[in-house]
Design a protein around this ligand. Structure first.
Ligand code: ATP
Length: 308
C-alpha cells in the first residue's frame, strides 16, 4: 500500500512534556479510501490530524503526505490539495456565504467560479447571498463542508463533519464523501458518531491513550476481537422458559433481556442453532441475528463495556 498511499505515518510519536499524545503510530491511507479515526476524548485524534496538516511536528517518526513531509517548505505547494474541516468551523458573520467561499477559494488559489455547485451540494444555494450571522448551526456546518471541498482536494481531513446536522444533511455529507472517494480522494474522518460510521468507513483506526489499538475494516475488527453475533428471539413467557431449558447446557451462554432471549451464535453454528430452535416447535414472535456493532467493537478494543 505504501507506494500509492496519500498519507503514510511511520512510528509517529508526539510528546508534550511528559504527555505522550501519540505513541508509535503506523498508518497508511490510500486514494479512494475513507478511514474513520475514533477514540475517547484525549486519545490523540486531534494531535494526529495536526501532524498530518503540518500544524505540529512529530517528536519522532515520520509523516508523509503525498510524498512530502508536513511542516517543511516543499509541503506548502501541496496545501491546496489537502482540505481540513475543523470540528467547529468559525466564519466571519458579516460576510455572506458566497463571500466566505470566495475568500477561501482565493486563499487556496482555487477558481472562484463554480462555487454555486458547492452551495448546491450542501443545500445552501438559496442562502448563499445571506450573511453567515443569519445561518443556523447546521447551515454553518454545511458551509464548512463546502469550504473543505473548494479546489478539488486530493485529501480530505474532516473532524466531526456531521456534528449538529439533521439526518438529511448527514446523509448528504456522506454522499459527498462517497462521490469524492470514487474520484480517488483519500478521506480521514474523525468522529464520535460510531453508529453512523458503520456503513460508511472503509477502515476504522482505533486510538487509545495515544496508541493505535487496531486499524481494519469493521468485519475484520469484529473477527480479530472475537466478537460473536447474537441470535435474538422474541416470544412469550412459556416459550422463553422452554428456550432457557433447551439451551441451559449450551456452551455459549443464553441471557434474557426485556422479553428477548439472546443467544451467542458463532457464525459456524448459525444454521445449526436456527434448526434447533425451529425443531422445538415454539410459537416465536420474531427472530433476528445481530452482528456486534461498532460501539461494541470499540469497547472491546478499548477495554470498556459499551454504555447501554
Ligand atoms: P478529543 O476527542 O477530546 O478532541 P483527542 O483524541 O483529539 O481528544 P488530543 O487533543 O489529540 O485528543 O490530545 C491527546 C493528549 O495530548 C491529551 O492528553 C491532551 O491533553 C494532550 N495534549 C494535546 N495538545 C496538547 C498541548 N498543546 N500541550 C499539552 N498537552 C496536549
Amino acid at each position: 500500500m505504501t507506494e500509492a498511499a496519500c498519507i503514510v505515518i511511520k512510528r509517529a510519536v508526539k510528546s508534550y512534556g511528559d504527555i505522550r499524545a501519540l505513541d508509535g503510530i503506523d498508518l497508511e491511507i490510500p486514494p479512494g479510501e475513507c478511514m474513520a479515526l475514533v477514540g475517547h476524548n484525549g486519545a490523540g485524534k486531534t494531535t494526529l490530524i495536526k501532524l498530518i496538516l503540518g500544524l505540529a511536528r512529530p517528536t519522532s517518526g515520520t509523516i508523509s503526505v503525498m510524498g512530502q513531509f508536513p511542516g517543511t517548505s516543499g509541503f506548502d505547494t501541496l496545501r491546496c490539495h489537502i482540505s481540513f474541516l475543523p470540528e467547529q468551523a468559525i466564519f466571519q458573520g458579516s460576510l455572506t456565504g458566497r463571500e466566505t467561499l470566495t475568500f477561501y477559494a482565493r486563499l487556496k488559489n482555487a477558481p472562484t467560479q463554480g462555487l454555486d455547485q458547492l452551495f448546491q451540494q450542501v443545500d445552501l444555494l438559496e442562502a448563499a447571498g445571506r450573511k453567515v450571522s443569519t445561518y443556523s448551526n447546521g447551515m454553518r456546518q454545511r458551509l464548512g463542508v463546502a469550504q473543505a471541498l473548494i479546489g478539488n482536494p486530493r485529501i480530505l481531513v474532516l473532524d466531526e463533519p456531521t456534528t449538529g446536522l439533521d439526518p438529511d444533511s448527514r446523509a448528504r455529507v456522506y454522499a459527498i464523501i462517497e462521490e469524492r472517494k470514487a474520484d480517488g480522494v483519500a478521506v480521514l474522518l474523525s468522529s464520535h458518531a460510531l453508529t453512523e460510521l458503520e456503513a460508511r468507513a472503509d477502515r476504522v483506526a482505533i486510538l487509545h491513550h495515544g496508541r493505535l489499538r487496531a486499524c481494519a475494516s469493521i468485519p475484520e475488527l469484529r473477527k480479530h476481537a472475537g466478537l460473536i453475533p447474537e441470535l435474538r428471539i422474541k416470544a412469550g413467557q412459556e416459550q422463553m422458559s422452554a428456550l432457557a431449558r433447551h439451551f441451559a447446557q449450551c456452551i455459549e451462554p443464553c441471557s434474557f433481556v426485556n422479553g428477548v432471549a439472546v443467544l451467542n451464535c458463532p457464525p459456524r453454528d448459525k444454521l445449526i442453532m436456527l434448526r434447533e430452535i425451529l425443531n422445538l416447535g415454539l410459537a416465536i414472535d420474531d427472530i433476528s441475528l445481530a452482528e456486534p456493532n461498532l460501539e461494541q467493537i470499540f469497547a472491546a478494543y478499548t477495554d470498556r463495556t459499551p454504555a447501554q
